[in-house]
Design a protein around this ligand. Sequence first.
Ligand code: 1MF
Length: 183
Amino acid sequence: MYGLVNKAIEGLICSQAGEGVWAQVKQKAGIEENYFVSMNPYPDEVSYKLVGAASEVLGLSAEEVLIQFGEYWVLYTAQEGYGNLLAMTGHDFRGFLFNLDNMHAQVGLGFPELKPPSFRVTENSPEELTLHYYSDRAGLSPMVIGLLHGLGKLMNTAVHVKQTAHHAQGADHDEFLVQYRPI
Ligand code: 1MF
């Protein structure tokens, strides 16, 4: 994944637990780099190892770290140069979700090593939809739950999410039931 992802993991851990804990996490993950470059692609393994090490050092499950990371990612990218990208993607929670594949296509134009997931939306009622998530990467569905909560914060929308199908348990893909309401 692009270094931006690893930088955001660093930002999450430093903001929550401090630089000393980040140094411990990096050491436990066996990461030699002193810093990550946003626009350089890194093996996915680097990000997975950081999440695993953060889970051990912080005493949280990896799922909990991924949920927190997803929420942090949206707020981090909104502040670290991607505010326009997010604004172009949508001005409300629902519209944003419909445009996620377009957003990734946009980023992928400049950065061919992007391996974006794909999202589909089916609407159940004015305040409820099902989000379908397709990814080549395993184990990241908790991150999607966090991403949706972060997006809710960004869009002043109360969000309730429940995963209703699990690719890891044999389903065709991951599905989330999402209830949302403007605040
Ligand atoms: O393959 C990748 O490196 C990659 C990195 C980040 C693919 C996707 C993403 C974004 N996505 C992370 C979850 C991926 C889970 C999976 O692979 O199954 C989150 C998508 C998302 C969902 C809801 C709301 C907002 C979201 O993301 C906003 C976003 C998405 C991509 C970027 C920024 C904000 C981005 C921008 C530049 C990138 C990489 C990602 O690369 C750079 C960075 C600096 C300079 C040049 C290129």
